[in-house]
Design a protein around this ligand. Structure first.
Ligand SMILES: [Zn+2]
Length: 272
């Protein structure tokens, strides 16, 4: 009997149960997102060539390419030619790595979902930084996440019911996010005669709806508008921004969307 029990537990010890497994997956995904953030807006392949120093073109050894830790060990200076390595690289890795641990904690036991949500968080993080840099959200990421969120909906514990019901919730969330954002865009144009958002935001909100449903898309817009407004007022007060200056909205949508993977709050939502 005892041998049997041990055998039973050995079979069911999976790496998914350990937080450091998800930390490692998150850090690696974050490392890959650095490549995506750097190369996707420049229309360069995200697979070739492998990581190299942007200054002297020397390829980076594996032991100098370990997420976060290598940057700390090298104190932010490349081994090849003493080039400063921006702290954004370990920052992106740390964000996705911590998201891995957070999602492990929040959705413990729902392993396919932890993996899916972590992949989405990595994609959203890339969107935030690319939009911050270029005011563009690449379709590869927004439309890709929209499709992926719908296809992986059967694993989504935020949607109730059967497989088909879950896919239905994802489709409805995607359409709601798209139409709501598009409506606000048109309305904003009519009232303020300027663009507060762009078409990229519309597709991003559709993706958020596919992953977190109608309520998630609504929440995302409410939270993003709130922190975006706080940021705008703060920057105007510091005289860093003029009132008419453009702020990318994507990063705020992304912060809200990642929060939604942990908690969906009703926020006076009429159809809850
Ligand atoms: Zn170098």
């Amino acid at each position: 009997m005892i041998a049997n029990d041990i055998g039973f537990s050995l079979v069911f010890v999976s790496p998914f149960q350990f937080w450091f497994f998800w930390l490692a997956i998150g850090l690696s995904l974050g490392s890959f997102m650095n490549v995506v953030i750097h190369r996707l807006p420049r229309n360069r392949s995200i697979l070739r060539p492998p990581s190299h120093c942007p200054r002297c073109r020397k390829s980076i050894a594996i032991y100098d390419n370990i997420p976060v830790f290598s940057w700390l060990l090298l104190r932010g200076v490349s081994r090849c030619c003493g080039q400063r390595i921006a702290c954004r690289y370990p920052l992106v890795e740390a964000i996705v790595g911590l998201a891995g641990v957070g999602l492990w904690w929040r959705w413990f036991g729902w392993w396919p979902w932890v993996g899916a949500a972590l992949l989405a968080t990595a994609g959203l993080t890339a969107i935030a930084f690319i939009d911050w840099d270029t005011f563009i959200i690449p379709d590869e990421l927004s439309l890709g996440l929209w499709v992926l969120g719908t296809v992986l909906a059967p694993f989504n514990p935020m949607f109730p019911g059967s497989v088909w019901a879950k896919i239905g919730f994802a489709v409805a969330g995607g359409l709601f996010g798209y139409l709501m954002c598009f409506g606000i865009l048109i309305l904003g144009k009519k009232i303020f005669k300027k663009d507060a958002m762009g078409g990229g935001d519309v597709k991003l909100l559709a993706a958020v709806g596919a992953w977190t449903g109608v309520l998630g898309a609504y929440d995302c817009m409410v939270i993003a508008s709130f922190i975006g407004a706080i940021y705008g007022v703060y920057q105007i007060a510091r005289k860093k921004l003029e009132r008419q200056d453009h702020i990318p909205f994507g990063p705020f949508l992304v912060i809200a969307a990642i929060f939604n993977f942990f908690y969906l709050l009703p926020f006076g939502f009429p159809f809850h």
